[in-house]
Write a protein that binds this ligand. Structure first.
Ligand code: SF4
Ligand code: SF4
Length: 471
């Protein structure tokens, strides 16, 4: 019987990911690990010694890449025969816009902060939530696990924070609104994935219900992650809009807004809440409309129309990465000018501003209310965006153009060791604002600044005896 020559394998180096499965499969040991990076893929393909090969084909069967290894003489099928015609770029997918759907009027609800945030996400069109229990954010994930299956959505309890953030990468990359609920030590573990998402421009929403640190710390309220969310989202060229709610109503409103901002800029958005806010209940009004999400043209949606799309954060050549980083930084600059948010309370005519966010702002508001009744010229300035810091808004109180007296003193009230004050100092410095005197009232470890302490600190400032209050 004539001997039939069996075709030997041909390696397409740009499609080989160097997994080594073919090496294990080969009975003749004729495949070895390569040593050179393939410029097209950025990976190191294997090397085949065809002289020793007997053409058994086991390596081809073992290869997980459809075209990594092929038999000699095999011709690559035209992809259009496999997947249909690729559309020319100009006829590519178009963005399907979001729709606003009117909601029936209803009585206000009484909700805890985490529930309000979950409902805000559902009303924003989020139907995919990835997460796990972590106090004090657990109830958000718990409610989503109950509701989403009834809304044709999915809650996936991920095996870890790393799994969570990478599920989100995939879901956000498909152009679908998705989110997680987490708390400080869990958020820390997600930072690598967030950095990748910022690089690949994937929109997602993180609700970080901050608790006392460092390490596991405790489950009390602390604004321990302000520096992390404002400055530490990755290894360079990384920022995300950070929204700081103060009430359950703002938990709902800002979570809804977070999805809009995430898709507007193709970037993760972080809700920085605190443990107390996550747990307290408050009156919450539902909005007049909810969102039926569309689909962006860039989505890697998995259908024929979106087949040419690619989500990627790897730029191997130095000029291409620099160009990408210039693009990202231009986007961050736009966020800085366009997305500053703040609120004030009785700031008109104030010479002293109490600057505070999250739950400490509630204590500060009560103090301002009482002090104003005693004719102390004090107001509240509440940054709603921590990044970008609303310095343009604050500037109008520090250097008013209307001829009114400017604010001369700012008291920063916070549940951290000065992280909010650091953001303020940085913003003042970048804006070239000098002369305003800064004071602070701080607590940590789950202890919150109390209204009488704020009143006392403001009185000290007002009587021209500024002094640092250290707790
Ligand atoms: S065809 Fe068989 S002998 Fe040749 S490289 Fe593959 S596994 Fe090894
Ligand atoms: S199995 Fe395929 S992808 Fe993996 S190393 Fe071998 S040729 Fe490359």
């Amino acid at each position: 019987m004539p001997k039939v020559a069996r075709p030997k394998p041909v390696l397409l180096p740009e499609l080989c990911k160097g997994c080594g499965r073919c090496i294990e499969a080969c009975p003749k040991q004729c495949i070895s690990m390569g040593t050179e990076i393939n410029q097209a893929s950025g990976l190191i393909p294997v090397i085949i010694d065809a002289d020793v090969c007997n053409g058994c084909g086991l390596c081809i069967s073992a290869c997980p890449e459809p075209y990594g290894l092929t038999a000699a003489g095999y011709e690559l099928e035209d992809p259009k025969d496999l997947y249909g015609h690729r559309r020319p770029e100009q006829e590519g997918p178009v963005t399907i816009p979001d729709q606003r759907i009117p909601l029936p009027q209803c009585e206000p609800l009484v909700l805890k902060g985490t529930y309000a945030s979950a409902i805000g996400a559902i009303l924003a069109g989020c139907r995919h939530v990835f997460g796990y229990p972590i106090t004090p954010s657990t109830e958000g994930a718990e409610l989503m696990a109950k509701l989403l299956p009834q809304l044709h959505g999915a809650f996936l309890q991920a095996v870890s924070e790393v799994a969570t953030v990478n599920h989100m990468y995939g879901c956000g990359g498909a152009g679908l609104p998705c989110m997680t609920f987490t708390s400080s030590p869990g958020f820390s573990l997600m930072l690598e994935g967030i950095s990748y998402m910022i690089g690949a421009e994937v929109p997602t929403v993180f609700v970080n219900v901050m608790r006392g640190g460092p390490g596991l710390g405790n489950i009390g309220p602390e604004q321990a992650d302000i520096k992390l969310v404002c400055r530490g989202l990755g290894h360079g060229n990384t920022h995300g809009i950070v929204l700081a709610p103060t009430t359950p109503q703002e938990m709902l409103d800002l979570t809804m807004e977070a999805f809009q901002l995430a898709f507007k800029y193709r970037n993760p958005v972080i809700i920085a809440a605190d443990g107390y806010l996550g747990q307290i209940t408050g009156r919450v009004n539902l909005p007049e409309t909810m969102v039926k999400p569309g689909l962006p043209d860039w989505a890697v949606y998995g259908d024929e129309e979106h087949r040419h799309n690619l989500i990627n954060s790897i730029y191997l050549s130095e000029p291409s990465l620099e160009k990408h980083n210039e693009h990202l930084n231009a986007k961050f600059s736009l966020m800085t000018t366009e997305e500053q948010r703040s609120k004030t309370y009785k700031a008109e005519g104030a010479r002293i501003l109490v600057l505070s966010c999250n739950t400490p702002a509630r204590m500060a508001k009560g103090a301002v209310e009482k002090l104003r009744r005693q004719d102390v010229p004090v107001g509240l300035f509440q940054p709603v965006t921590l990044w970008p810091f609303p310095i343009d808004h604050l500037k109008t109180w520090l250097a008013p153009t209307s001829g009114t007296d400017p604010v001369t003193d700012i008291l920063v009230v916070e549940a951290s060791a000065g992280q909010l004050e650091d953001e303020l100092r940085l913003a003042l410095s970048h804006a070239g604002i000098q002369g305003v005197r800064l004071h602070h009232l701080r607590h940590m470890g789950g202890v919150l600044p109390q209204e009488p302490e704020v009143i006392e600190a403001v009185r000290n400032i007002h009587s021209n005896q500024p002094q640092e209050v250290t707790s």
